[in-house]
Design a protein around this ligand. Structure first.
Ligand code: GLN
Ligand code: ZN
Length: 757
């Protein structure tokens, strides 16, 4: 039995990687110093894995930005706008593709499967690909020369690479395969010539809903690779779910198959025990959760290994994390402020690798007494008071069998909500206003004790007042308080609810150098006291216009946190939903009767397999309704989402039963219109009329065009006007000008509609 790793976090124990990158971008590091620092970080990470005793150490998983971008530049897929003319892609072009430059906009970025990691989407289709350099070979050589490590190069597999890229029609896929396979062949042949024994080809696409025909294509690809480099052993690695076609996948002409026995446990294990495993292959057993931060109960993992050993002999097993460790923080070593009961139940990347190694060594030597410690640590947390609030657990569990809905239908509510007396095409914003340096400094002063809470509150009030005035002046119809008191829309609520805790250094890469530190939901979630009432009521006291209350929804809080895994996610979502319902009720009782519950992450949480969507949507939608359904008919519930794929999702949006939804659309109009033509939607809907992701101020004419487009598919009476998303990353001046243009455009449309009638 061997221990293996699939990928190690890049960011470094103290985010050294991020810091080096950002200094380089800011011109504070020369290119050679930057490269040197990166090499040091890379070697340190390899050294750590070697010290832990890992047998198969991944190389080539390190990157200056993103692994998909690395693949794209390796194959010379550099769009024309970057003025690239062949050869190894220069660092400046590489970063221009990632972040944009003065001359060319960045490549698109999107989520890596169902994780919160974002990759750069390769743009194919402009010219023949060529191998500009053999990056895995360089990584292999470096590890060998500098540390004597016989590494396992990690490469995104051809099918996954092509499926995640854009810039081609489906019918061009066969041609692209024919173009790209020879490049993979060349990489593999060069690796083989260098003496590489194992290479890991990642094909996570095989856990999504691929078709049987696609499996044939995959088989063709791997036949080519195997024939071209027969000495090289390929570990075909899947993760995040059960493989869709177990038999076909395990029959592929490769030396090993890696399966996820955490997130795809049930399906993969069932297939393995029912259908067996080819006698000539190695099985990569992904049994330590690469997506979550909890320690494993090693005795439970040992039992799993025992079951697997009945199907595959010990000497053909690799024990490994379920996926790359990119998705978890680096180490718990520096967490000195955590509740000890929580801390001892955690395992980040380094600790997870130690778990893998411990399993391999203990099972090999029959010394399973080592496992008791992990069992005890987890039991202590499970038995803690924080995990045993019976009333909360029962209330959440009861929701599974309850029908949760508002007192009246949307049509009835709509009638009653006429008391709002809103103009046609009401204008509003999504919630946040610019978080200027001053706002961020104020928060810092308060956090480090320089300011009293009173001083800080006064500062926040001043900001609210300023922006209520600005909104009045611009002439918006529904105002917001501006969210100046919040750094992050999930953290803000996590800090105020029971059951959450925060690490000091639990950072994970979100995209590029951007890291996030997700809250940890470790206990039962409970509402303690109103969280947003003070600021909202203050804002409302300053104006006659309605002020929308603003909270983050239960599914978004769930999806952007590390969640306890002793309960189903649905049940944790219900606990959060019940706590947030109290917040909604508190707002309503305080006179705030328009309340927006943001759910930008609801769609992101969709399972990888279509067959699992229904179940997810059922509880996710219910969680939203638990939060929002106890209010009076005249209270108007808003929601907001930011994404642009609606076709498969309008039904779910409808089910939320929000009175008004605002969505990002300014970048995807055509698609949106056709979606609404296919599915009648009658509730209030605010189409983002300009893109807030750029500092550019949209002209009145542009906004007019977007509104007119929207009106092709939607009734004026249901139509709201708002920007795409929150404005917290924008500057003050550009925000005001853009909103002024938005209001002017709205007035023009209103006048026109009035003439028509
Ligand atoms: N209300 C939040 C804001 O305006 C919504 C943010 C989001 O959609 N991600 O910032
Ligand atoms: Zn948004």
């Amino acid at each position: 039995m061997k221990s293996s790793n699939l990928g190690y976090p890049r960011i470094g124990e103290n985010r050294e990687w991020k810091k080096a990158l950002e200094s380089f971008w800011a011109g504070k590091l020369t290119e050679s110093d930057f490269l040197l620092q990166m090499e040091q970080i890379r070697l340190q990470h390899l050294q750590k894995q070697q010290d832990l005793g890992i047998d198969l150490i991944p190389v080539g998983d390190f990157t200056f930005y993103d692994q998909m971008l690395d693949m794209a530049v390796m194959f010379g897929f550099v769009p024309k706008r970057y003025d690239y003319d062949g050869g190894a892609v220069p660092l400046s072009t590489y970063f221009a593709m990632a972040r944009g430059s003065e001359k060319a906009v960045a490549c698109e970025m999107t989520k890596w499967f169902n994780t919160n990691y974002h990759y750069i989407v390769p743009e194919l289709g402009e010219g023949q690909p060529t191998l500009t350099e053999n990056k895995p070979l360089q990584a292999y050589r470096e590890a060998k020369e500098k540390l004597g490590i016989d590494g396992k190069p990690v490469i995104v597999g051809p099918y996954t690479f092509l499926k995640l890229s854009k810039g081609y029609e489906p019918k061009q896929l066969p041609v692209l395969i024919l173009q790209i396979v020879p490049l993979y062949v060349q990489i593999l042949q060069e690796l083989a010539a260098e003496g590489v024994k194992w290479v890991q080809l990642d094909e996570p696409i095989l856990v999504t809903s691929v078709t049987k025909d696609e499996m044939k294509t995959v088989a063709y690809i791997y036949e080519q690779l195997q024939e071209a480099a027969p000495q090289l052993q390929i570990m075909l690695q899947t993760y995040f779910e059960t493989v869709e076609y177990y038999e076909e996948v395990t029959q592929l002409p490769v030396a090993g198959i890696g399966l996820d026995f955490v997130h795809g446990l049930e399906g993969n294990l069932q297939a393995l025990t029912a259908k067996g495993f080819p006698a000539d292959k190695v099985l990569g057993v992904g049994l330590i959760d690469g997506r979550n931060i909890w320690r494993s109960d090693l005795s439970v993992k040992k039992k799993l290994v025992d079951t697997i050993i009945d199907c595959v002999p010990k000497d053909r097993l690799w024990l490994q994390p379920s996926s790359s460790l990119l998705h978890v923080p680096v180490t718990i070593r520096h967490e000195d402020q955590l509740n000890p009961i929580v801390k001892e139940a955690l395992a980040f990347a380094d600790e997870k690798l130690a778990e893998v190694q411990c399993l391999v060594e203990s099972i090999s030597h029959g010394q399973v007494e080592h496992f008791a410690e992990s069992t005890t640590a987890l039991e202590r947390l499970n038995q803690s008071q924080e995990r045993n609030r019976r009333e909360i657990q029962e209330a959440a569990a009861n929701l599974f069998t309850q029908d949760v809905r508002r007192k009246s239908t949307f049509e009835q509510r709509q009638e009653k909500q006429k008391v709002w007396n809103l103009p046609l095409l009401p204008t509003t914003t999504i919630g946040s206003f610019p978080q200027t340096l001053e706002v961020r400094q104020a928060r810092r002063k308060w956090r480090n004790g320089e300011w009293t809470t009173e001083e800080y509150d006064q500062f926040i009030q001043k900001e609210i007042r300023k922006w209520i005035d600005i909104q009045e002046e611009i002439g918006l119809d529904v105002l917001v308080h501006g969210e100046f008191e919040r750094t992050d829309m999930v953290e803000f609520f996590g800090e105020k609810l029971a059951g959450f805790t925060f690490t000091k250094n639990g950072w994970v890469q979100s995209y590029g150098s951007r890291c996030v530190k997700p809250p940890v939901i470790y206990g039962d979630v409970e509402f303690l006291q109103p969280m947003t009432v003070k600021e909202t009521v203050y804002a409302q006291s300053l104006t006659e216009k309605p002020v929308k209350g603003m909270i983050t929804g239960p599914v978004t809080i769930l999806n952007w946190s590390f969640v306890r895994d002793d309960l189903p996610r649905s049940e944790v979502a219900f606990q959060i939903a019940l706590a947030l319902r109290k917040e909604v009720e508190s707002l309503e009782a305080a006179g705030i009767k328009m309340i927006q519950v943001d759910e930008p992450a609801l769609r992101e949480g969709l399972p990888l397999k279509k067959s699992a969507w229904e179940n997810y949507l059922q509880w996710a939608v219910k969680a939203f309704r638990v939060t929002t359904s106890s209010v009076e008919d005249t209270t108007q519930i808003h929601t907001h989402m930011c994404y642009c794929e609606f076709h498969d999702f309008i039904e779910a949006i409808d089910q939320l039963d929000a009175d008004v939804i605002s969505i990002e659309t300014s970048r995807s109009h055509g698609e949106l219109i056709s979606a609404f033509q296919h599915h009648a939607y009658h509730k209030g809907i605010g189409l983002g009329v300009y893109d807030i992701h750029s500092p550019r101020v949209p002209s009145c004419e542009e906004i007019l065009e977007v509104i007119d487009n929207g009106l092709l598919a939607l009734e004026p009476s249901q139509f709201w006007i708002n920007p795409d998303c929150g404005l917290k990353t924008r500057g003050m001046e550009e925000t005001v000008r853009a909103l002024e243009n938005m209001v002017t455009a709205t007035h023009l449309v209103r006048d026109r509609l009035a003439v028509k009638n």
